[in-house]
Design a protein. Structure first.
Length: 318
């Protein structure tokens, strides 16, 4: 009941259109988390919060550094609006199941502010991007898809839910630490006639969160174009999200040719999605078949063992 009161207090028009900051000044961050600016700068000097300087010498703190600090310390954010976060973020405790139920209702009803709040509440509570994608967004859209098939959800509601989720996912991407130019490259697509953007985008963010320079390079991609991309971009990992297969024979032939290309170039090929059925898997070669984003993350870590991992909590603060 408490979370419902909090969520209904959110102004869905103003909050859903607020632009989330990628970085902020020390003064803004100090106000957001409810401490003095001198205290914040002292924490930065101790390395508890990463800080950068602009070309003009001004101090800036990336949003991902603020999020990591809050996760480690368990501190509440006092004024999230300063950072462009949902105004009530951090004030509701969720189980993953309850969060999924609330997300489904918010997506169907077009309540973008609530979708943002649920996602960032979970993030600040210490859940990884992978967990949020696997255990909340994925089952939510599975449920919405079933309701659409039964005529309980209109086409416009499903499409609107996708657009809201894409905007929320792009904001979650801003919480991923900046990656080194030496980080391994990964590219991902959906194939011809497959326009479903959500799974390939979630995979992109999951891989970025564990240290990969991952880019979803498009949807509705012909095999020939993807093979060219592999040859020119030279990724270490290629991932495919399979949500629609119009021609099984053409899919099998194209995927096997793609595997030969990736294998010859030293890249791994990861394939997932509800339409990568057992009969198709039996006829094709891939490096790994992933049923969840968690499996994709685990496989990516075997290829890049030095990928980022969650760090432990900060024991005490002055």
């Amino acid at each position: 009941m408490n979370e419902m009161k909090t969520l209904h207090s959110v102004n869905r028009n103003t909050d859903s259109t607020r632009s989330m900051r990628k970085s902020a000044s020390p003064k803004q961050v100090a106000r957001a988390i409810g401490v003095g600016e001198s205290t914040l700068k002292r924490w930065c000097d101790r390395g508890l919060i990463s800080m950068t300087k602009t070309a003009g010498g001004h101090r800036r703190i990336e949003l991902d550094a603020v999020i990591r600090f809050l996760q480690k310390t368990g501190r509440e954010i006092v004024d999230p609006a300063i950072l462009g976060l949902p105004v009530s973020v951090g004030r509701t405790e969720w189980t993953l199941g309850r969060a999924t139920e609330r997300l489904i209702a918010a997506l169907v009803d077009g309540e973008e502010a609530v979708v943002r709040q649920v996602a960032f509440d979970l993030l600040l509570a210490g859940h990884t991007v992978t967990t949020i994608c696997d255990d909340v967004f994925a089952p939510a859209f599975h449920s919405i898809g079933e309701r659409w098939n039964c005529g309980e959800v209109a086409v416009y509601q499903e499409r609107r839910a996708c657009e809201i989720s894409m905007r929320c996912l792009h904001e979650l991407r801003n919480t991923v630490p900046l990656l080194s130019s030496q980080a391994p490259v990964a590219i991902g697509v959906t194939l011809s006639s497959d326009h479903y953007t959500l799974p390939v985008t979630m995979a992109e963010i999951v891989l970025q969160s564990v240290g990969w320079r991952a880019t979803a390079i498009g949807t509705n991609m012909p095999f020939e174009a993807l093979i060219t991309a592999v040859q020119e971009l030279k990724p270490r990992l290629v991932w495919l999200s399979i949500s629609f297969v119009p021609d099984g024979d053409a899919f099998v032939s194209g995927l096997n040719e793609l595997f030969e290309t990736t294998h010859a170039s030293g890249a791994a090929l990861a394939v997932g999605g509800q339409f990568f059925r057992p009969d198709l898997r039996a006829k094709t070669q891939v490096s790994v078949s992933c049923a969840t984003f968690r499996e994709l993350e685990m496989f990516a870590r075997t290829l890049h063992p030095h990928a980022s991992a969650p760090t432990g909590p900060i024991e005490s603060l002055p």
